[in-house]
Design a protein around this ligand. Structure first.
Ligand code: HEC
Ligand code: HEC
Length: 319
């Protein structure tokens, strides 16, 4: 396959990843929280309509249990269990079934749980940095809540907020340019320049114009053989993914989804947090690999990732 075809495939797969990873779970989760019964399944299955007379009678019944509710939904043709992740969505997430730590513990111990690869605890089994990558212990609930103990020490869970939790971010495509492999080092001159610029306050100065901005237009700067501006050149998506525009200082500081959010009276989502590279998506996307190592960056999010996200959303309880 030519490089161009490969990148095209990766970009398309990446798009599939966004559709399932970002929009679907998080947006749908939010919508479902507000109105579980109104949440329409994304790909509505052609369900046999219930007999007209039976509909009001069934709807009047107050379900006594989740099983009863499931039967009612089946009769009313409201249950969509077709397609990827649909069963988990319909039977677990929409019904807000509590996710136990016991299940999370099983996932951490199971190979292929979030995509092909060894179990998380093989590489993250203790808080000792000489035995476990990042000194991150995913083998106990306390360890998960403690997070990475090696510098920079940081939590991997933000209770109640899966979209802000590092562990959830790591389970979907992260590395930019889209498709960069795990084995590409997360340290380089280019990455250091971006970090130093943000840490110094992300100013629009000569150093930025001469040494940082050109990197986003250079196919060799961050490996992968494709420049960032190939996919982030305007505020329109398409052609620019997530409405991220890396062609000028002002465009970078405008953030992601600015066009869509402007219509809602909201500012763009910042991709640069001055003085804080670790919290800046622009920097994170250069250094954060998808877990487990080796999973194709384009693989869509796994149903177990949705369940891990729900556990965090429900408070990440250790019971
Ligand atoms: C084969 C070894 C290996 C496996 C298996 C593995 N990881 Fe990792 N993980 C690493 C390495 C190496 C790093 C640090 C380098 C990096 O971030 O790219 C890391 C970093 C992380 C981090 C970032 C922590 C921080 O503060 O930087 C998280 C979170 C993480 N892994 C979660 C997981 C989860 C969840 C699984 C299971 C799905 C998993 N890992 C499986 C090797 C592994
Ligand atoms: C082949 C296309 C492609 C290339 C090249 C590319 N990106 Fe992306 N980028 C995407 C897609 C698709 C997304 C959204 C999906 C995702 O979140 O992974 C994205 C998302 C991002 C985001 C997250 C924006 C947000 O919503 O917070 C940042 C930041 C980003 N890219 C920076 C970069 C940088 C820096 C480079 C160059 C090193 C780069 N991208 C190269 C396709 C690309």
């Amino acid at each position: 396959m030519s490089k161009r075809a490969r990148l095209g495939r990766i970009a398309a797969a990446g798009l599939a990843a966004i559709l399932t990873a970002t929009t679907a779970p998080l947006a749908v989760l939010a919508a479902e929280d507000k109105a579980p019964e109104a949440a329409a399944p994304a790909e509505a299955a052609p369900a046999a309509p219930a007999p007209a007379a039976a509909v009001p009678a069934e709807e009047e019944k107050v379900p006594a249990s989740v099983t009863h509710q499931m039967y009612l939904d089946m009769k009313l043709g409201k249950l969509d269990i077709h397609g990827d992740n649909a069963v988990v969505n319909a039977l677990v997430l929409q019904r807000d079934i509590p996710i136990s730590y016991e299940y999370i513990a099983t996932l951490m111990r199971t190979p292929n749980a979030f995509g092909e690869g060894p179990a998380c605890i093989v590489c993250h089994g203790s808080n000792e940095a000489d035995k476990s990558y990042r000194g991150l212990d995913l083998s106990s609930c306390e360890g998960i809540l403690r997070g990475a103990t090696e510098e920079p020490q940081r939590p991997v869970i933000v209770s109640g907020q899966p979209e802000k939790s590092l562990i959830v971010k790591m389970l979907r495509n992260n590395r930019m340019p889209l498709g960069v492999s795990f084995f590409e080092p997360v340290q380089s001159d280019s990455i250091d320049k971006v970090r130093a610029w943000i840490e110094a306050g992300a100013k629009n100065d000569e150093d930025f114009e001469a040494n940082v901005l050109p990197l986003f237009n250079d196919p060799q700067a961050f490996s992968g053989g494709i420049q960032c501006t190939e996919c982030h050149k305007s505020f329109r998506d398409p052609p620019s993914f997530n409405e991220v525009n890396l062609t000028s200082y002002d465009a970078i500081m405008t953030g992601a989804f600015s066009k869509t959010r402007k219509k809602q009276g909201l500012p763009g989502i910042p991709i640069v947090v001055p003085f804080d590279a670790a919290s800046s998506p622009l920097f994170q996307r250069l250094t954060m690999n998808r877990m487990p190592p080796g999973v194709d960056p384009g693989v869509p999010v796994h149903a177990n990732t949705l369940l891990l996200a729900r556990w965090i959303e429900q408070g990440a309880w250790c019971k």
